[in-house]
Design a protein around this ligand. Structure first.
Ligand code: GAR
Length: 193
C-alpha cells in the first residue's frame, strides 16, 4: 500500500476527490497526512476522514528554507512514499525537493509547459488560446518544469471567466491525479527525475 502525504493551500476540492478514491478498498494508496502552508479550508476534508493534518504557516518562518525544514519534520512523522501537491501555492525549497525527489507530484490547471506558475488559468485566458488543459507532473527545482505524467486538453469557451474555466479544468485534474497515484502505487508508472 502506497502511503501519500498531500499538501494544499486552498479549498482542497482535488484533495477531497483523492480522499474519496482512497477510501475505496481496492484503491492501492492511502492518505496518511494532509498539510497546508496556511489555515486552508481544505484541511476540513482530511479532518472529516480522520486523517492527521498540520499547518506550517509560511509567514511564521524566516525564509523558504526554514519553512521547508518544518514541512520536512512534519512529513517525516508519517514517512510517506509519495507527496502530492494539490493546490499548494508555494514553491518548495530545493532542499526538500531533493530529499523526496522524484516522489513529489503536482497537479496544475494548464497544459504544461504552457502557462506554468501561480495563475495557469488566468494566463491561458489572457493569451486568448482556444484550448488549455490540466497536467500532473513530477516536481523538480523549477516552476512546473518537471516530467509530465499525465495531461489532457480542455477547450476555452468564448464566455469563459477564470472561475468557469477553472471549474471545468478541476474535474479533469482530479481524474488525472487519481489515476496517476493509482498507477504509481501499482508500479505501472515509474517516477524519474
Ligand atoms: C487546482 O486547480 C490546482 O491545480 C491549482 O490550484 C487548484 C486547487 O484547487 N494549483 C496550482 O495552480 C499550482 N500552481 P482545490 O484547492 O479546490 O483542490
Amino acid at each position: 500500500m502506497l502511503t501519500v502525504a498531500v499538501l494544499i493551500s486552498g479549498t482542497g476540492s482535488n484533495l477531497r476527490a483523492l480522499l474519496d478514491a482512497a477510501r475505496h478498498p481496492d484503491f492501492p494508496a492511502r492518505i496518511v497526512v494532509v498539510g497546508a502552508d496556511r489555515d486552508a479550508e481544505g484541511l476540513a476534508h482530511a479532518e472529516e476522514f480522520g486523517i492527521p493534518t498540520f499547518t506550517a504557516p509560511f509567514r511564521d518562518f524566516a525564509d523558504r528554507e526554514a519553512w521547508g525544514e518544518e514541512l520536512g519534520r512534519q512529513l517525516e512523522v508519517h514517512n510517506p512514499d509519495l507527496i502530492v501537491l494539490s493546490g499548494l501555492m508555494r514553491l518548495l525549497p530545493a532542499s526538500l525537493v531533493a530529499r523526496y525527489s522524484p516522489r513529489i507530484v503536482n497537479t496544475h490547471p494548464a497544459y504544461l509547459p504552457e502557462f506554468p506558475g501561480a495563475h495557469g488559468v488566468r494566463d491561458a485566458l489572457a493569451a486568448g488560446v482556444p484550448q488549455t488543459g490540466a497536467s500532473v507532473i513530477v516536481v523538480d527545482d523549477g516552476i512546473d518544469s518537471g516530467p509530465i505524467l499525465a495531461q489532457e486538453r480542455i477547450p476555452v469557451l468564448q464566455d469563459d471567466t477564470e472561475h468557469t474555466l477553472h471549474e471545468r479544468i478541476k474535474p479533469v485534474e482530479r481524474r488525472l491525479l487519481i489515476d496517476v497515484v493509482r498507477r504509481i502505487a501499482t508500479g505501472e508508472l515509474a517516477l524519474t527525475h
